[in-house]
Design a protein around this ligand. Sequence first.
Ligand SMILES: Cc1cc2nc3c(=O)[nH]c(=O)nc-3n(C[C@H](O)[C@H](O)[C@H](O)COP(=O)(O)OP(=O)(O)OC[C@H]3O[C@@H](n4cnc5c(N)ncnc54)[C@H](O)[C@@H]3O)c2cc1C
Length: 423
Amino acid sequence: MKKRELIVIGAGAAGMMAAVAAARNGVSVLLLEKMEKSGRKIRITGKGRCNITNTKDWNEFSTHIHPNANFFKHSFFSFSNKDTINFFESIGLKCSVERGDRVYPESGVATDVVDRLIDHIKSLGIEIKFNSVVRDIVQEKGQIEGVIYENGGKIYKEDAEAVIVATGGLSYPSTGSDGDGYKFAVNLGLSVKDCHPSLTALTPDFDFIPLKWLILKNVGLSLFVGKDVVQQEMGELEFTDNGLEGSIGYKVSRRAVKALINGEKVSVAIDLKPAVDKQTLSSRLLKDMETDKSMRKLLRHYMPEQLVETFIAVLPKRFASVTVADVGPANEIATFMKEWRMAIKGYTSYERAVITAGGVSMDEIISKKMVSRKFPNLFFAGEVVDLDGDTGGYNLQIAFSTGYTAGREAAYLIRKLKESMSE
Ligand SMILES: Cc1cc2nc3c(=O)[nH]c(=O)nc-3n(C[C@H](O)[C@H](O)[C@H](O)COP(=O)(O)OP(=O)(O)OC[C@H]3O[C@@H](n4cnc5c(N)ncnc54)[C@H](O)[C@@H]3O)c2cc1C
């Protein structure tokens, strides 16, 4: 059977971009996707709006990349956030920049991103086979030979000059990403860093259901592991049916989940009034207590109505009604508002975690080319790699940048091979 030039496994954000970069560099590509259509995850990103990237410059952008932004630097500068915007605009997707430097399609529709990508992929002559589940990557004497895949109950083998693994992580397995790429890596003798859900809900140990869908804007959040504060964030926190989410809930979830997995005690403290110090808050409370004798009435000046009953339940019973405008209670209430502490008893797993932290070890990959150190014709791109970002468009940029780099480098390698054979 004729040997393919390049096989890309996975038609998600990283795989599609890798296929585009390779095809634009003159290489023929077979894209194998296990689902019945491509980019199923992209279609649900950004609450259906797809936060494509973020316009922050590298110095700031890099602070949102984990666990090692330096590894990502080469890919970022090969295909940056600006390149992502230019690329999408060039294929007919107008983009707009919103709050927090987040970039969305102007239409506000995530499926438009996939549709434009697919149109472009077709225009480049890339072959896509859907419902094609890659089962294994075949190697012989340190070279990748090709892949074995299943389609419609039949098993096929395709040989290729190079293979790119862009199979995603473990989160939202219903979109097709359920960890196959890690299995391929392990079977090839490559190391994979322990994976865990990230950008996921943390479950507090009190009845948070009455607070469902409450959004607290501009609050502070401190993450404690044991007695130590290990992370502090400011921004938006949301209570959902799963617990604490929102941008700062997600931000601390990476460390919190890891600590919980390690069996450590995890708690958070919410600062409802980060803009004022405790002394000033206490003085304001004292003044208001002169007129508002009921705790409910008093608290309504300081927090959303939905939070009042829960907050009263958190306070010691003696504060149920305020009868005396006394410095003591005012100080204590101010303390609770500035440091509302809650233990975290668990987290939401992969079924609803936005991303997977961990993955194919960076030690296994040459970051300039996203190529395996062990197999010179095997490349990795996207969430399958031990790289992840905060919310804000960083994860898709990781997928696009590493996908582009892997695709371009695979194409260079294949062209070099062809040239050497024709000499
Ligand atoms: C609900 C949600 C919202 C999000 N919102 C945003 C956002 O707004 N902005 C942002 O930057 N990030 C967001 N993310 C994260 C972002 O979507 C991912 O990090 C990104 O899509 C990863 O791209 P990927 O190509 O590496 O993996 P995926 O998108 O998961 O694609 C992997 C592909 O590989 C295929 N595949 C897997 N195994 C095989 C196999 N054996 N054979 C063939 N095919 C296979 C899968 O079917 C899938 O199509 C969100 C994630 C979720 C879950």
